[in-house]
Structure formats: C-alpha cells, structure tokens
Design a protein around this ligand. Structure first.
Ligand SMILES: C[S@@+](CC[C@H](N)C(=O)[O-])C[C@H]1O[C@@H](n2cnc3c(N)ncnc32)[C@H](O)[C@@H]1O
Length: 392
C-alpha cells in the first residue's frame, strides 16, 4: 500500500465530545468528517492519518479499517479475516494484539473472537498465532506490536488497525500526577468547547498536575500535542518515512513564540511541583505562572479571560466539595468579574453551590464518572452601574 491508497479512518473520541473532535478534524483540513457515537469517521491518505495523530488534541486514537464482512460462525470469521490483505500493513514478525467487542451477534464471546482473528492474521502473514491479551489489560500497540480492533455488531464484523499505539492522551509530558488528574485529551476538548482564546488570560485555581494550563499553553503556542511521542504506524509496512519526517519538521517550525498569560495554582505544594515538572517536559514552563495557594488567595489580572477548573468532587478528592464550590463561586464573582468560567463539577447540585450563571451542561466522563462541564456565557465587564442593576 502506498500513500496513494485511500483509507477508511476513525478517530475515537471521548464520549460526548465527538462534535469537538469533528470540528478539530475539519480545521486540520479533513474533508467531510462525520461525528458518530464514539468518534469521527473520515477518509484520507497516510498524510491525513499522520496529521490527525500528530495534531488532534482531543481524539483518543485513530484506527484504519482493514476490512468488513458478515460472520455468524468461527470458521467463517477466521476464513474471511484471513482473506484481508494484512501484509499491506503488517510484517511477518509483527506481534499482534487483538481486542474484540461483540454486540447483538451470534459470536458473542469476545476473547474467542479475538483469538480467531489473531490466528487468521497469523495464517495470512505467517507468524505463529499469538495469544491475545485479556480485554482491557494491555495498552494497544504500546510497544512494537500492532493493535487490531475487532467490532462485531449484529453479525457484521469490522476489522481495523490501531495507528496510534498508546492512547493519544499520553503525550509524554505528564509523568507526575496529583490527585484525580484529568486526561489531556479531555482537558483540551473542554478548553476548545469553552472557546479558550489564547489572546486572553487563563486561570486554573485547582490545577492539580497542571493539565488545563499545559494544554492551554500547547494550544496558545501552536505546539502539536503528538510531537514528543511515538506512534504505532511507524512500524507498518507502508510507513512513509519522508512524509512523516516532513510533517514533524513543519510542526516544529510552526511553534509560536508568543507568551500567553496562564496562571495555575493549587493549595497543595506537591501538586504545584508536579505541575511545574510536567510543564517543563511539555516545553511550556515559561508560558505558565505557577503558585501554591488556596483559591481564596488567587490574584487574577484585571484583563478578563477564562477561569477553568476541575472542582474537587468530594468522592475522589477528600475535602468538603460543597464548601469548596461555594468558596470558588464567591472568589470568581468577587475577583473575576467579566471573566468567563468553565468548571467540571461532581454534579449539577455541586455546580449550583457556586451561584454562577452557567449555561446548559455538557455531560462528559471523567475518572469513570458521568459529570457536567458548565460554562458561563460571555460577560460584560463589571461597572458600578451593572453591579447596582444585578446585586449579588
Ligand atoms: C480534581 S483535582 C484537579 C485535578 C487537575 N485538573 C489535574 O488534571 O491534575 C482538584 C485539586 O484541587 C485542589 N484543591 C482542593 N481544595 C482547594 C482549595 N481550597 N484551594 C486550592 N486548591 C484546592 C486539590 O489539591 C486538587 O489538586
């Protein structure tokens, strides 16, 4: 397969954020990306596959379809899977990790399905049949192996290759975490959803390991999120070294030297240390002003911007979440008049404690919990007149 073969591609995105990934792909020059539950379908060449892996801030992984067919029995599955041209992607010595999901199909035992597909690939490319890892236990293609994704839905089998390897939230900078860290892909998606404008200040007063602040700095400085990591597609037979090298070179040249105004604080000194070390690894430590302080002591600049925070949930972070939310709301109203505020809250009831005028929630999954992300509408700067008209 050369760079001239069109591929059927799918960018997996965090649940509820498919529309954000779609907009991102469109901005990356992808034609007709279509948001569907679980991600975004698109088609393109290797150049597009590389570009989305390198530049998407919100996708979890990018998979390429190898083939699809109907299968109601194991023999049929193995035979049809072996008919696919795996050798266009995989070398005979490639270790294969197969992960299967089955939904409303005659073949419902996902481990057995994964095993047959692994055997079929071995039949085709000539390696001894590898043992598939138990579901969810292995980072797909994180090493030298190739991740194969099998999806059986109403007896329709779709077989894809994972081009990303380790999950795309693993940018390579966050080696140190504080309590309840946020996935980098989710943090970036929420910044985009809140329409973060790098020309205005950004403030995260509960920064933990610094994910929002670092992702904002990467956006502001136009740093490709995948610049510091490796991808599974570099092991494919059709890997286009020259194209990939050019994309990396271009991405390095496009880094912006601007100095965004980003404040990150947390009352936990250990969290600040971790956040600073992470920012250094991400190459954006100069773009963020860190400070160990409680939310009540923050000193935002007078020019308004965006306050964004993952508020403590109580369930995950051992503090009185209701009081912290109420305190945050008071600080935001008193010290951040004219700023927009975006928060991940443990629940709508907790968000209500802030007494901030949030719009409709965007429901997201964070740390296995379904929680709301809420943003206030753009505000007009606070004046004595407006304060008199809207007493708090
Ligand atoms: C849910 S975590 C934030 C995680 C962060 N977004 C990340 O990606 O690592 C909440 C953070 O709030 C901090 N925190 C709790 N109460 C605080 C307070 N009153 N003032 C400032 N920080 C506080 C905790 O130390 C913790 O790091």
């Amino acid at each position: 397969m050369s760079n001239s073969s069109r591929l059927s591609l799918f960018a997996v995105s965090p649940p509820g954020l498919e529309h954000i990934t779609r907009a991102e792909l469109f901005a990356l020059g992808i034609n007709h990306p279509v948001a569907v539950p679980g991600g975004v379908e698109f088609s393109g060449y290797l150049t597009h596959l590389y570009r989305v892996n390198l530049w998407s801030r919100t996708a979890s992984r990018v998979i390429a379809r190898v083939g699809e067919f109907e299968a109601k029995g194991f023999d049929e599955l193995r035979r049809k899977a072996a008919d696919l041209a795996w050798e266009k992607f995989l070398r005979p010595d490639t270790k294969v990790e197969v992960r299967a999901t089955c939904h409303k199909s005659k073949l419902y035992h996902s481990d057995a399905v994964a095993e047959r597909v692994a055997e079929a690939i071995a039949d085709r490319i000539g390696t001894p049949a590898p043992t598939p890892p138990p579901l969810g236990k292995s980072p797909m293609g994180a090493g030298q192996g190739a991740g194969v994704v099998v999806r059986l839905d109403h007896d329709h089998c779709t077989l894809s290759l994972d081009s990303s390897g380790a999950h795309l939230h693993q940018r390579g900078y966050r080696l140190q975490t504080a309590k309840a860290p946020l996935r980098e892909t989710l943090a970036a998606a929420l910044l985009l959803h809140a329409q973060y404008d790098p020309a205005q200040p950004l403030l995260d007063p509960f920064c933990g390991s610094g994910t929002f602040a670092i992702e904002a700095a990467l956006i502001a400085r136009n740093i490709a999120p995948g610049l510091r990591r490796r991808f599974a597609f570099i092991h494919w037979v059709n890997f286009d070294t020259q194209e990939w090298g050019e994309q990396l070179k271009k991405a390095r040249a496009e880094i912006d030297d601007s100095t965004p105004i980003i404040f990150a604080s947390d009352r936990d000194e250990g969290a600040i240390e971790a956040a600073r070390a992470n920012a250094e690894r991400a190459g954006v430590a100069d773009s963020i002003q860190f400070r160990a302080c409680a939310v009540s002591s923050i000193e935002p600049p007078s020019a308004p911007g965006l306050v964004i925070a993952n508020l403590p949930y109580g369930k995950r972070v051992g503090s009185d979440a209701r009081n912290v939310c109420a305190q945050f709301g008071k600080v935001a109203r008193e010290k951040c008049a004219g700023w927009r505020v975006g928060v991940i809250a443990g629940s709508l009831a907790l968000a209500k404690q802030t007494r901030l005028p949030f719009g409709e929630p965007l429901w997201i999954e964070n740390g296995g919990l379904r929680v709301p992300f809420l943003v206030t509408p753009p505000q007009t700067p606070s004046t004595p007149e407006s304060r008199a008209a809207h007493p708090r």
